[in-house]
Design a protein around this ligand. Structure first.
Ligand SMILES: [Zn+2]
Length: 96
């Protein structure tokens, strides 16, 4: 099986990454899936201010400065799965 194409998309969590707290990972996960900071605050039953603080900390730790990069890094780090069709199909195959 030729995996050279799909390897572009393979999720490679950095070993012993863990710079983000579990709360920060939760927030990054929701944001990467399109939620707003206020939505995440509601979901997690925390204040918008706390949510924004966790987000700011996560972005600083990841060395990024905007939401587009946040989504990219979240996928790259394996916090959220790559949403492209090829990877989604791969995951279905693995699950089957
Ligand atoms: Zn992909």
């Amino acid at each position: 099986m030729d995996s050279s194409v799909n390897s572009l998309h393979v999720i490679r969590p950095r070993a012993a990454e863990g710079p983000l707290s579990p709360r920060e990972v939760e927030i990054v996960t929701w944001l990467a899936q399109g939620k707003q900071v206020q939505d995440v605050a509601t979901i997690l039953s925390i204040s918008a201010h706390t949510s924004a603080t966790h987000l700011a900390n996560a972005m600083r730790k990841l060395g990024i400065c905007n939401r587009a990069e946040l989504t990219y890094e979240a996928i790259r780090l394996g916090i959220v799965p790559c949403p492209c069709r090829e990877c989604a199909a791969d995951r279905l195959e693995v699950a089957a």
